[in-house]
Ligand binder design. Structure first.
Ligand code: SF4
Length: 303
């Protein structure tokens, strides 16, 4: 089926199913184009919270669809490919977090949204890359804090606030494909370009950047900056939106290897199958969901 036919089928099915399609900024360009909302984890959580659609079809990875289900327990939340996971989210287990809590009994737990429902349920508050600093700063300076699972976001947040965090050991393999050598190489090819990177990148990469932010903050920076060229240090799916929204500007990927295989599992054909067969339903046990919801709602109230 041609892409325009697929788009037409999706539009009809969406209406028929009373569904809203949410897509992350790292999705394939054609998937972003059929979505009702495209954004980062925080923006999509907010959209999930305020939609009155009966069905949420989440084009992203599993923890995002799970977060939408936790926020909207009465809605049917579907994910087009149930294998779309997040290796970073899998880098902290309940046992490991429990061990950290035992080691630091006075500490509160801040968990990055890239985590399972069970980790959120064990945390005091959730955060995204857009609001990690605000969330951490909401605790008194002398409050011990455990930050899981992303050590890069945790390290960046701690450094920018000048406070100490107890960090989990996780990292995003896709963002760690971007090296300082890539940034230096791209800067020598494009000396006038500004460098904007995601805080899931390593410290060495962050130290070379002009700007650090979540995907929405990166989009805003590129839109508002007077510069005409940008080196983009995050998952390459974001280039689609950057180019579409800024036709007069030029964007270079810091590394073509920053291509998340899980994010790319969702295709237009799978979106159609999901809406035709109403699969794959995302469920979270209510007791766990209720504790995880408290951590997410605390974050949403703060931001
Ligand atoms: Fe997870 Fe990294 Fe892929 Fe995002 S880009 S879904 S953090 S592995």
């Amino acid at each position: 089926m041609a892409s325009s036919e697929l788009q037409q089928s999706i539009s009809e099915l969406k209406q028929h199913r009373q569904a809203v399609i949410l897509a992350h900024n790292y999705q394939r360009g054609e998937v972003q184009d059929i979505a009702d909302f495209v954004g980062d984890s925080l923006g999509l959580s907010r959209q999930a919270a305020r939609t009155d659609a009966r069905v949420i079809l989440f084009c992203g990875v599993h923890f995002m669809a799970e977060t939408a289900k936790i926020i909207c327990p009465d809605k049917l939340v579907l994910e087009p490919d149930r294998n779309a996971g997040c290796p970073l989210a899998d880098m902290i287990t309940e046992r490991e977090l429990e061990a950290l809590k035992q080691e630091h009994p006075e500490a509160k737990v801040v968990c990055y949204v890239n985590s399972s429902a069970s980790i959120k349920a064990m945390s005091d508050i959730c955060c995204t890359s857009a609001n990690a600093q605000k969330v951490v700063a909401s605790f008194p300076p002398d409050q011990e804090l455990i930050f899981v699972p992303d050590r890069n976001l945790g390290r960046y947040t701690a450094a920018s606030l000048g406070r100490k965090l107890i960090l989990g050991p996780g990292h995003c393999p896709t963002h760690e494909h971007i090296t300082s050598r890539d940034i230096v190489g791209e800067k020598s090819k494009h000396p006038h370009a500004k460098v904007t990177v995601h805080p899931e990148c390593t410290k060495e990469v962050i130290d070379l950047a002009d700007h650090v932010g979540s995907t929405s903050q990166m989009l805003k920076y590129c839109q508002e900056s007077g510069a005409e060229e940008f080196i983009i240090g995050t998952e390459i799916g974001i280039l689609h939106r950057l180019r579409k929204e800024n036709p007069g500007k030029v964007f270079y990927a810091a590394s073509p290897l920053a291509d998340c295989p899980d994010m790319k599992l969702t295709t237009l054909q799978k979106v159609i199958w999901a809406l035709e067969d109403m699969v794959y339903e995302v469920t979270v046990a209510e007791e766990e969901a209720s504790r995880a919801r408290t951590a997410i709602e605390r974050m949403l109230h703060l931001s």
